[in-house]
Design a protein around this ligand. Structure first.
Ligand code: ZN
Length: 274
C-alpha cells in the first residue's frame, strides 16, 4: 500500500515578506488576529487585533479554515459557538537562525481560538484542555481542541500538536507537506508522529477505547483506529490512501467535537436520499 510521505524541507532564513492582512473570512465570518504576550504577572495575554504579517500564500488557507470551521460551528455547535471571532497567535515573524517556515512567513503558531458566542479553545495550555490538574478527563474541551486540529488539518499539511516536543502550548501550521494522513509504523518523523498523536487523540476523545497517547503507531493504535472508523460508519474508508476519505473523516471529527458528542452520533451513509 502507498503511504504518503513528506520530505519536509524548511527553508533557511531569508528576506521576510512584507505582506500583511488584518482579518480572515468572508460573508458573515470576520476573524481578527491578536498577538500573544506574557503580562507582568506572567500570565498569558493577547494584544488588541492587529495585522498578520505572513507570506500571501497563507491568506487563502486561513480564509478557508475560518470559513469552514465557522460553518461547522454554526451547524453543529451550541449557541455559544457561532462564527469564529478571533485567533491568538505567536507567529508571523522571523527571528530564528534555524531553517524553518517561520523565517519566510509560511508558518503560524496558533495559541487561542475564540468564537462569537463566547466559547474558546486554548492550545496555550493544551494538556489542561484534556485533563484538569486532578487528572479528570475534560471531554468537552478535549473534543473541542481535537475539532480545531481537524479543521486545521484540512488546509495545512504540516500541523504540530501538543504531543510534539515544544508544541504543548500552540498548534504550529505550515505548508511544508501536502495535506495527507501520514500513518507509518515505527516512524518518528514529526510529519508522521503528529498524525499518530492526532488519531490517538481522536480515539481517546470520541470512542469508548483508551489508547496510549505516545505518537507511536502499533497494533493497538491500528485496532483502535479501525474502531473509530467503524463507530463513524467509515469502516470501508481508507483515509491514509484516499485524500477524500481523509477530508470526510476530518469533517466528522469536527462535527462530533463541536457538538460534544461521542463517535457514532453522526454516521457516514446511514440515511439514503429519498
Ligand atoms: Zn511554529
Amino acid at each position: 500500500m502507498t503511504i504518503p510521505t513528506c520530505s519536509y524541507n524548511p527553508p533557511p532564513p531569508q528576506k521576510y515578506p512584507e505582506y500583511k492582512f488584518a482579518s480572515s473570512g468572508s460573508g458573515t465570518v470576520n476573524v481578527t488576529y491578536r498577538a500573544y504576550y506574557l503580562d507582568n504577572q506572567n500570565s498569558h495575554s493577547f494584544h488588541a487585533p492587529g495585522d498578520l504579517n505572513l507570506d500571501a500564500s497563507l491568506e487563502p488557507l486561513l480564509n478557508s479554515f475560518v470559513n469552514n470551521i465557522s460553518y461547522f460551528s454554526r451547524m453543529y455547535g451550541s449557541s455559544q459557538y457561532g462564527n469564529l471571532s478571533w485567533i491568538g497567535h505567536d507567529g508571523g515573524k522571523a527571528g530564528s537562525i534555524r531553517d524553518t517556515f517561520h523565517n519566510v512567513g509560511k508558518a503560524l503558531d496558533i495559541k487561542w481560538i475564540e468564537w462569537a458566542g463566547g466559547h474558546r479553545s486554548n492550545p496555550t495550555e493544551a494538556a489542561l484542555e484534556v485533563h484538569d490538574s486532578n487528572e479528570n478527563w475534560q471531554p468537552t474541551t478535549h473534543r473541542r481542541l481535537v475539532a480545531v486540529e481537524a479543521g486545521l488539518r484540512k488546509w495545512f499539511g504540516y500541523v504540530l500538536n501538543r504531543g510534539i516536543r515544544d508544541h504543548d502550548n500552540h498548534f504550529h501550521v505550515d505548508t511544508g507537506c501536502d495535506v495527507a494522513l501520514r500513518i507509518r509504523r515505527g516512524s518518528r518523523a514529526r510529519a508522521s508522529m503528529s498524525c499518530h498523536y492526532f488519531i490517538q487523540d481522536c480515539i481517546n476523545a470520541f470512542t469508548a477505547i483508551r489508547t496510549s497517547y505516545d505518537g507511536i503507531w502499533g497494533a493497538s493504535s491500528e485496532q483502535a483506529y479501525q474502531i473509530l472508523l467503524s463507530d463513524l460508519g467509515m469502516e470501508c474508508f481508507d483515509p491514509v490512501k484516499y485524500i477524500n476519505h481523509y477530508m470526510l473523516l476530518l469533517d466528522y471529527i469536527m462535527m462530533h467535537g463541536l457538538a460534544d458528542q461521542p463517535a457514532g452520533t453522526f454516521r457516514w451513509g446511514d440515511t439514503a436520499v429519498t
